[in-house]
Ligand binder design. Structure first.
Ligand SMILES: *[C@@H]1O[C@H](CO)[C@@H](O)[C@H](O)[C@H]1NC(C)=O
Length: 313
């Protein structure tokens, strides 16, 4: 028995993913190419203090060529694991194109690609954007749980009999969308994993000073675990900005970004929870239009491997 539990723990320890979120474009809208993704993935892997070897993507489609997103060959050449994303808020024709590109990637890159895949996310915060909160924030078009359940089953059908068969298929949404179970229980049931996005910085209805940030984060995470129907709960986005407006008690500065990583980031890493941090670099080459900068490293290509604050745990 003792051996079994040690082995189970070791398996968990080696399985946990540490990565960042990677958009398909830079902050000025320029589309990223393979060399750009390679520069990002290699800098993430070589960051001083903490190596990040996984990438969460939002789309399978390369915007300028309409081919498979060039993050895929970059992940293969850099040995980066993948949480794939299929954009699900632009209607069924666009979603069909995402699924077609997933199939194309399997055919084009084979097991060099599929061995790197940790999971496949159908959408990102799509349900949140249909809720009163999302509409009030002008978050843009979303997709309802019923639409997403259909898409999840469509993806499971598309990968059946391929080398991606059996990989977890799930969905990413905000913690308070997942916990709205009258709306989302059916979607959770259809998913193999639940990805949760949670940012205490933005939780301005709470006493969200940096001192409370770790307890707020874990309350959010555990609330999703409580409604997860036994599915795995992965952290798909969290972070604390070092530039941006004060949100209630949450101040954006380097000290607080460092504290949030040291407390919440390290508790996730030490707890072996699959985590895709927000983010390696979101100000390349310019500060995002939101004015909020989460990046753990400064601008420049390749991204600097010396982080803006200590990432060791
Ligand atoms: C909960 O779901 C309902 C739809 O059933 C939606 O109208 C409402 O805005 C949601 N609330 C939150 C906090 O997401």
């Amino acid at each position: 028995m003792r051996f079994t539990s040690i082995l189970a723990f070791a398996a968990t320890a080696f399985a946990a993913e540490k990565g960042f979120n990677y958009g398909a474009t830079f902050s000025d809208g320029t589309i990223k190419h393979q060399a750009d993704f390679e520069a990002e993935f290699n800098s993430a892997k070589n960051l001083v203090g903490q190596s990040f070897t996984s990438a969460r993507l939002y789309t399978m489609i390369q915007g300028d060529t309409n081919g498979v997103i060039e993050a895929i060959p970059a992940a293969i050449s850099s040995g980066t694991t993948l949480l794939l994303g299929l954009w699900a808020s632009a209607g069924s024709a666009q979603f069909n194109a995402e699924v077609q590109h997933l199939t194309d990637a399997i055919n084009q890159y084979g097991t060099a690609f599929t061995n790197l895949v940790i999971g496949i996310s159908v959408g990102s915060e799509d349900v949140y954007r249909t809720t009163d909160l999302g509409i009030a924030s002008n978050a843009g078009p979303g997709a309802t749980p019923d639409t997403l359940i259909g898409y999840v089953n469509q993806v499971k059908g598309a990968i059946a009999g391929t080398t991606l068969a059996g990989k977890p298929v799930g969905h990413v949404d905000t913690y308070n969308t997942w916990t709205n179970t009258t709306y989302t229980a059916g979607l959770a049931s259809a998913c193999d994993f639940l990805g949760v996005d949670a940012y205490p910085y933005y939780e301005s209805t709470k006493a969200n000073s940096i001192d409370n940030s770790m307890s707020i984060f874990w309350d959010d995470y555990n609330a999703v675990v409580a409604i997860s129907q036994g599915k795995q709960v992965w952290v798909t986005e969290t972070g604390w900005p070092h530039q941006g407006p004060t949100m209630n008690q949450a101040e954006a500065n380097l000290d607080n970004a460092a504290t949030y990583f040291k407390e919440t980031g390290c508790s996730l890493i030490n707890g072996n929870v699959n985590t895709w941090w927000f983010t390696l670099q979101d100000q390349q080459p310019v500060v995002p239009s939101s004015g909020v900068v989460f990046a753990v490293t400064g601008p420049g290509m390749p991204p600097p491997t010396t982080p803006l604050f200590d990432l060791s745990c």
